[in-house]
Design a protein around this ligand. Structure first.
Ligand SMILES: Nc1ncnc2c1ncn2[C@@H]1O[C@H](COP(=O)(O)OP(=O)(O)O)[C@@H](O)[C@H]1O
Ligand SMILES: [Mg+2]
Length: 613
């Protein structure tokens, strides 16, 4: 779906349909309230006309006369209708509020199931779908138009339309053309204005990219982590200038559209004034010539006034557009994201796997929407219980290979097999429970130290002894004990009493998380360069410690630094989409190939003092 705005009738249908299907009973009650409230207006007008008509005969007729009783009935009816209207309005608003919050809740849940639901990653990594998801999330449009308000406005608009229709019927008693003229003036001019409003929204949508860019620069200026670089590189002025430039570019288009809107607004007001003047003049002329009594004049003038409010529901179109803006993106989003994602297929339990081996055969894979495959013809076997290092330059596809192992994606060709069973035939959740992976960009949860480690197995995250043991083995226990609130310290400076850890400390926490998963039964442990912040020696030390701790478990280490992984059982060199070399460090060093060349190059750089190669 592109940036084109939804036409109003479509938006209205979408919004009303969505609201109605969210809670049919409440919606029905809401509509009944709105209709009753709408009819009370014309009833009040008619009753007041009746009261005027009955006033003259009642004057001086005495309290117990029939004329007085008739007058009292008319006044009573008018009063009752008015009072009922006063009572029903807050009630209708309350129902609208609860209906609106239910709609918002449903939208939140749909969005969540569309994003968190699919077991794969394609929908999140595909730029087009990611954009869809972002737009589907804009249902509470910058909090300007929460759905509660939108539903309230919708109710108020419908009520006004019903009231105006009733008033129109009353005014038709004077002349059929009078209500027609007033309605035409109001609706006609509105349609015209709506076109212009549409233009403004269109401009907003078309240049929203500029605004997002401006927001990005503003956020960079406000973001504490970025603050260091911003100051160091003296970027503040540049960022502010950029933010201003993008914001101004965006606003210029919107202002232009608004200025163009001014003439139609004036013409609209003029047209409505002329139509009202014509009806009022006709009423006056007829009354003066004796064609209308006081009672009829009362009714007609009130009806004419009531018809003015037709302008209000027309304003509600804005609210409807806002309310419906996210819906085309949200409706069916979950199906679309699930379709992109890998699908659960098999249901064979994976508990205890791999027992024998993990094997990739003839694996070819490219990211959706990209022509060139990242992996092409990967052949690799990892015996259960052994350790393997996957090495290769940045961008060769090491992380991608791991994503296939975790089944975030399925291979385009070939298969990943665990003990001979295609990964696609295994129960996905049960397979993932066999995995403990620390990715390059592992998550630093802004939660307590306990939760950060316990997430290795969330079901037993509350087990303090198990969590403590994992931290101890990862060498993280000391640092956690030193935290101001110990295990309960939130690992983020954004919280009161929270603390930020250094890169190396975070790695130990992440390591503890992986060890916790291993203790809890994970059979395949993977470290994907979570060591970017460490120097070569520290990375080597961490890898070695990890290998010691997990001896006997199938372990995969990923790095582009060859010296860190000399002690693994086997090394696989990933190059140009396939495994170019495979063997022990000694075997690979004895062969004239990519590994030996890269190793010597990196060793030389290291000796020269360039610590990372
Ligand atoms: N989500 C993605 N969509 C498209 N291309 C991607 C995506 N993730 C990675 N790539 C590309 O795939 C290649 C391999 O990336 P990656 O597996 O991260 O390499 P490595 O981990 O070896 O550094 C790179 O060219 C990278 O740009
Ligand atoms: Mg990587």
């Amino acid at each position: 779906m592109s940036t084109v705005t939804t036409p109003f009738p479509v938006a209205l249908r979408l919004l009303v349909g969505y609201v109605a299907s969210t809670d049919r009973l409440r919606f029905a009650g809401f509509v009944v309230l709105v209709v009753v409230e709408g009819l009370l207006g014309p009833v009040t007008i008619a009753a007041s006309g009746l009261a005027v008509a009955r006033a003259a005969p009642a004057f001086g007729a005495g309290l117990d006369s029939a004329a007085a009783a008739a007058l009292a009935a008319a006044v009573g009816l008018a009063g009752l209708a008015f009072a009922a209207g006063q009572l029903i309005t807050p009630l209708r608003d309350a129902v609208a509020t609860s209906l609106g919050s239910r709609v918002a809740q449903r939208m939140r849940e749909q969005l969540l199931s569309a994003t968190v639901g699919p077991p794969g990653l394609a929908h999140l990594e595909d730029p087009e779908t990611a954009e869809e998801i972002r737009r589907a999330g804009e249902y509470e449009w910058a909090d300007l138009a929460p759905l509660t308000t939108i539903v309230q406005q919708l109710g108020a608009a419908l009520k006004t339309v019903i009231s105006a229709a009733g008033a129109g019927v009353l005014l038709a008693g004077f002349a059929w053309w009078a209500p027609l003229l007033l309605i035409l003036a109001a609706v006609g001019t509105h349609v015209w204005m709506a076109g212009n409003e549409h233009e403004i929204v269109e401009q907003h949508e078309a240049h929203a990219g500029q605004q997002r860019r401006a927001d990005y620069f503003r956020d960079l200026a406000l973001d504490p982590p970025a603050a260091k670089e911003v100051r160091l590189f003296g970027l503040a002025g540049w960022l502010a200038g950029r933010a201003r430039r993008h914001r101004t570019a965006y606003l210029r288009h919107v202002w232009q559209a608004r200025r163009a809107n001014l003439r139609p607004v004036l013409l609209t007001l003029g047209t409505i004034a002329v139509a009202n003047g014509a009806v009022l003049a006709a009423l006056g002329a007829t009354a003066v010539s004796g064609g209308l009594g006081a009672a009829e004049l009362t009714v007609y003038v009130q009806a004419l006034i009531a018809l003015q409010s037709l302008g209000h529901p027309l304003l509600a179109t804005w609210w409807v557009r806002q309310g419906a803006a996210a819906l085309p993106h949200l409706v069916g989003l979950a199906e679309r994201t699930h379709r992109l994602s890998v699908r659960p297929r098999g249901s064979a339990p994976a508990i205890g796997m791999p027992r024998r081996e993990l094997r990739l055969s003839g694996v070819r894979f490219g990211y959706p929407g990209h022509d060139r495959p990242v992996l092409d013809g990967v052949e690799l076997a990892i015996p259960a219980g052994s350790s393997l290092a996957i090495v290769g330059r940045n961008g060769e596809g090491k992380t991608t290979l791991l994503k296939l192992l975790a089944r975030f994606y399925d291979p385009d060709e070939g298969a990943v097999r665990i003990d001979g069973t295609d990964l696609r035939d295994l129960d996905l959740a049960s397979w993932r429970a066999q995995l403990a992976v620390i990715f390059q960009d592992f998550i630093r949860y802004e939660l307590t130290a306990h939760q950060n480690v316990g997430f290795g197995r969330v079901e037993t995250a509350g087990d303090p002894e198990a969590v403590r043991r994992a931290a101890e083995r990862a060498g993280a226990l000391e640092l956690i004990k030193d935290l101001p609130d110990g295990w309960q310290t939130v690992l983020s400076r954004h919280y009161r009493g929270g603390v930020d850890l250094s890169g190396g400390q975070w790695q130990r926490i992440a390591l503890a998380r992986a060890l916790r998963a291993a203790d809890a039964g994970a059979r395949l442990l993977v470290l994907d360069e979570p060591t970017a912040a460490l120097d070569v020696r520290a990375e080597a030390a961490l890898f070695e410690r990890f290998l010691e701790l997990t001896a006997g478990t199938t372990t995969v280490l990923v790095t582009h630094r060859l010296s860190s992984v000399r002690h693994v059982d086997r090394i696989a060199v990933l190059d140009r989409g396939r495994i170019a070399q495979h063997g022990t460090h000694a075997e690979l060093m004895a062969t004239d190939g990519l590994y030996r060349r890269m190793y010597r190059l990196q060793a030389r750089r290291f000796d020269e003092g360039v610590h990372d190669a």
